[in-house]
Design a protein. Structure first.
Length: 206
């Protein structure tokens, strides 16, 4: 029997994930069956179940891939001296999603899928654990960037790295929700808004 290359296995896995993502974005997780996924990707049950045991596996893999894109963005930013400021970095991360690079989907569909993944964490303990790990990883990534900002002299030493991390993550999540619900969200809006906020000096409270 001919040996199947790793490239072929990776391509087939991604084909299945892309088809499942389209189904989930179109019909929701609970409105999608494994039969729907099989029909979407045009493969047999055996071919699909070789990679994924069921919908939970598919959802977890989609979430992991989304976090992977974000991790890569942070890793690239950490290699630059000085690192890109939050407005630039968040704009870059949002463009990755909204340009439809996640399974080649249209930007609003991509955003809707991500929001559904977040909502599904409230139901699935397994997905909640995976999402929690990804969230923790993003907080660590931001904390490292804050250290780099301090070293470059562009952020005050008394600013909590974790506070910055949670605020920036919430900002990105909010824009993803806006795109999913209303459409028309442009990364430039986030960049300009953050840049404006970053230009404000501290205010004395009487």
């Amino acid at each position: 029997m001919a040996r199947v290359s790793q490239e072929h296995l990776d391509a087939r896995r991604r084909q299945i994930l892309a088809g499942a993502a389209r189904c989930f974005a179109r019909n929701g997780f609970h409105g999608t069956s494994m039969q729907d996924v099989l029909k979407e990707v045009g493969l047999s049950a055996g071919a699909v179940y070789r990679y994924f045991a069921g919908k939970d596996d598919l959802i977890a893999a989609i979430a992991d891939e989304a976090f992977g894109d974000i991790r890569h963005a942070f890793a690239d930013a950490a290699e630059v001296t000085p690192p890109p400021t939050p407005d630039v970095l968040l704009g870059r991360v949002l463009r990755t999603f909204l340009a439809g690079q996640l399974y080649g989907m249209e930007r609003r569909t991509c955003a809707a899928l991500i929001v559904q993944v977040w909502a599904e964490t409230l139901r699935s303990e397994r997905l909640s654990t995976a999402f929690g790990d990804g969230y923790a990883g993003m907080r660590v990534g931001w904390a490292k960037l804050v250290e780099a900002y301090r070293a470059a002299g562009i952020m005050h030493a008394d600013v909590s790295g974790d506070d910055v991390a949670r605020t920036m993550i919430a900002t990105a999540q909010g824009f993803m929700v806006q795109e999913a619900l209303f459409g028309g969200v442009e990364p430039e809006v986030l960049e300009n808004g953050l840049r404006g906020l970053m230009s404000m000096g501290p205010q004395k409270i009487s």
